[in-house]
Design a protein around this ligand. Structure first.
Ligand code: LLP
Length: 418
């Protein structure tokens, strides 16, 4: 992880002790490093320097407006999948002209708002969605810039729940049907065909599936050109993996360079939609050990963070490192299952972890900056954690810890019976 290191046995984020943060802000708490986020973004930006390109950060990975604002200040565009994400981008000072709108089920009201704001492109995922975008644009007296998400049928070699580029997935338009859809779109008055996009999955740790997909898209672009349909931009989606434990994904630079080399001097504007690789390793989830408990052979550490705060371990059997905030060699080491207070057997953040633990200890669940808070829920009526951004010696609250009263917001009793 970037920008997190031990100093005299205490885990720091930039210039701030995480023990101190837990003391003042309580736990569980998401803590992000500004420096790490900016460094990860700049790796893409530097690799694309001099190219006609746009980096559209995938808002779904972490949509806090403070974080979006930092990226907007660096010139980022945004990949959104809902009206909610679009409004967040606006609130964060993002430029709608740098927004691409992905997702399989865009609502008419979402399309209308995106048109009104003049977004860069709608990434269309089906024939039926093409008709909807065309109809809404005509009603609004506008022309929608569109790209089609082509499903290239390549195996991304990642977890089945986050693999998206195979024929059997719900995403995109089958590459064999794409030409016909492009031809139909070219004749519709409410849309202007400008691009082609794909996204084959997430947490990819090899370059080869990206290159396979790219080759298929470039061949399709050539076939379309022969029919007079010119593609101006190519959007290669997100998906670059990060190191959670011992994975060795390519760096953003190596990934971008491999893509650029294959694209050569084609006159294409390039778009990337990275999410995880910008934010995952820029954040931790801080949690405190409540109790230690032994049942039979098993040792459980009951912590104050749970599956509702971070669902990746339960949902995808995802492995995230869990490390002590304060090193303590005096306590014996043993294997622990780290479980939360939620009433589900699947409520764990880590299993069989070798740690030196005592009740009251603080732990950091690593690589929690992506798909952490955004996937948190209020299950078991648990308020969601505070989100904090560290910038050098400063700690900023970028989202307050939810209060119990927030949980019942909008709920109503039925009228009384008498
Ligand atoms: N573009 C599109 C169209 C996407 O569907 C996604 C992610 C991205 C970009 C960003 O992908 P990234 O660079 O973050 O891999 N919740 C899962 C990950 C789901 C990813 C969904 N789509 C997890 O926690 O692993």
């Amino acid at each position: 992880m970037d920008s997190f290191e031990y100093r005299d046995g205490v885990l720091f984020c930039e210039e701030v002790s995480l023990a101190q943060v837990a003391e003042t802000q309580g736990t569980p708490a998401y803590v992000y490093s500004r420096e790490a986020i900016e460094r990860a973004y700049m790796a893409y930006a530097n690799a694309l320097n001099g190219r006609d390109a746009l980096i559209c950060y995938a808002v779904k990975a972490n949509s806090n407006i403070a974080l979006l604002n930092l990226l907007a200040r660096l010139g980022a565009g945004f990949d959104i999948v809902s009206l909610g994400e679009l409004e967040r981008v606006l609130r964060a000072g993002g430029d709608p002209a740098k927004v691409v709108f992905s997702g399989v089920g865009k609502q008419p009201a979402e399309i209308r708002r995106a048109l009104e704001l003049g977004i860069f492109c709608f990434n269309i995922e089906s024939d039926a969605e093409l008709d909807r975008v065309n109809d809404v644009a005509l009603e609004a007296g506008q022309v929608a810039r569109v790209s089609f998400r082509v499903n290239p049928d390549v195996d991304a070699g990642t977890h089945p729940y986050i693999s998206t580029g195979l024929k059997e997935n719900k995403f995109g338009i089958d590459i064999d049907q794409a030409e016909a859809v492009y031809r139909r779109a070219a004749a519709l008055p409410g849309v202007e065909v400008v691009g082609m996009d794909c996204h084959i999955g997430s947490q990819l740790t090899e370059i080869s599936p990206f290159l396979d997909a790219l080759d298929r898209l470039l061949a399709l672009i050539d076939r379309l050109a022969a029919q007079g349909i010119v593609i101006h931009h190519l959007d290669l989606g997100g998906g670059l993996g990060v190191c959670y434990t011992d994975e060795t994904p390519p760096s953003a630079e190596a990934f971008v360079e491999a893509m650029l080399e294959r694209i050569g001097d084609r006159p294409l504007t390039l778009i990337f939609e990275p999410g995880r690789s910008i934010v995952a390793n820029a954040g931790v989830l801080l949690t405190r050990v409540e109790f230690l408990k032994q049942t039979g052979e098993k040792h459980f550490a009951i912590i104050d963070a749970a599956m509702n705060d971070l669902i990746r371990p339960s949902l995808y059997s995802a492995y995230q490192e869990i490390i002590p905030v304060q090193l303590n060699d005096d306590v014996p080491s043993r294997r622990w299952d780290l479980v939360g207070p939620v009433c589900e057997t699947g409520d764990f953040l880590g299993k069989d972890r070798e740690l030196r633990l005592q009740a009251g200890d603080l732990l950091a669940v690593c690589s929690a900056g992506a798909y952490g808070f955004v996937m948190a829920s209020n299950y078991n009526s648990r308020p969601r954690p505070v989100e904090l951004m560290v910038d050098d010696e400063q700690v900023y609250v970028i989202r307050e810890r939810e209060k119990i009263s927030d949980l019942m917001q909008g709920e109503q009793l039925l009228p009384s019976d008498d």
